[in-house]
Design a protein around this ligand. Structure first.
Ligand SMILES: NC(=O)c1ccc[n+]([C@@H]2O[C@H](COP(=O)([O-])OP(=O)(O)OC[C@H]3O[C@@H](n4cnc5c(N)ncnc54)[C@H](O)[C@@H]3O)[C@@H](O)[C@H]2O)c1
Length: 253
């Protein structure tokens, strides 16, 4: 497998390059607006990249601003892509879905297998505990993170909300109202500071008991390993939009 690493000069890009090296995988080139001394050629954008070799996969941990250029290049060269960047707009999500009709794409706000399982468990907990339980999601990340709430918290919200027949509304702040908590909402709370890699809790608060499901990411190489697993998963796939649930389902088979 040949990897084109987007966001190569960033924290995650470097972690992916290290994980690839330790697995004997080749990073053929990097793309980044920043310059850095890296052990592979680095290009400022996708349009400048040379034609890809066989078995090439893009792995992207960069910035939402990279998406359009990345997908134009990937479509032109029929190269699958792992999209790990978070904070896409609704229009960008629609572009990803449209491009997945032509290309195998793998997108996830979190490349940890543990989080993929947490999602499934949280959905099941909501189904079993039912309407009597209030649900709150709390996440914490390092001070450099630019988007809030985290993509993972939103994924957890989607999973839990889908367990209720009417869904539940996402609520990010209760500062501007004075009223008891309505049942049909899910509070999502973001803590930012220090060097926290990533903490997520889904709290089910019932009349006589509480259940908390939690996950702690200990270091970022976990996401790099998951993204490389996703890249090898994509190599022989038909066009489509894949996510971590597909990796979990493969493991359960
Ligand atoms: N899905 C996951 O599991 C997961 C895990 C960790 C981080 N992330 C996401 O990955 C992204 C990168 O995180 P990071 O901690 O490495 O950030 P970072 O700031 O350290 O690195 C981002 C890199 O992207 C580059 N970049 C910015 N705009 C660009 C552009 N238009 N074209 C090319 N390169 C560009 C920057 O120069 C930088 O080197 C963020 O969106 C973050 O939320 C996702």
């Amino acid at each position: 497998m040949n990897i084109i690493l987007s966001g190569a000069a960033g924290h995650m890009g470097r972690a992916v390059a290290e994980a690839a090296l330790s697995q004997g995988l080749t990073v053929a080139a990097g793309v980044d607006v920043a310059t850095a001394a890296l052990p592979f050629p680095l290009y400022p954008d996708f349009a400048s990249l040379p034609a890809p070799g066989p078995d090439t996969v893009v792995v992207d941990f960069s910035h939402p601003g990279t998406l359009e250029g990345l997908l134009t290049w990937a479509r032109a060269h029929r190269v699958p892509a792992v999209l790990a960047t978070t904070g896409y707009s609704e229009a960008q999500k629609a572009l990803i879905a449209e491009s997945a009709k032509e290309l195998p794409l793998f997108a996830s706000g979190n490349f940890s297998l543990g989080i993929a399982l947490l999602r499934r468990l949280a959905r099941e907990a909501a189904q079993v505990l039912g309407e009597d339980f209030d649900v709150e999601i709390v996440e914490a990340h390092h001070r450099r993170k630019v988007d809030a709430p985290s993509g993972t918290a939103l994924m957890l919200y989607d999973a839990v909300s889908s367990a209720y027949s009417e869904g539940r509304e996402a609520v990010y702040s209760r500062a501007d109202r004075r009223q008891p908590r309505p049942r049909n909402e899910i509070g999502i709370h973001s803590v930012r500071g220090g060097t926290v890699t990533g903490e997520h809790e889904v709290c089910f608060l019932g009349p006589q008991e509480r259940l908390t499901l939690s996950h702690s990411a200990e270091n970022r190489s976990l996401f790099a390993t998951g993204a490389l697993k996703a890249a090898s998963f994509l190599l022989c796939r038909a066009p489509g939009l894949y996510d971590m649930d597909d990796l979990v389902s493969t493991a359960l088979r």
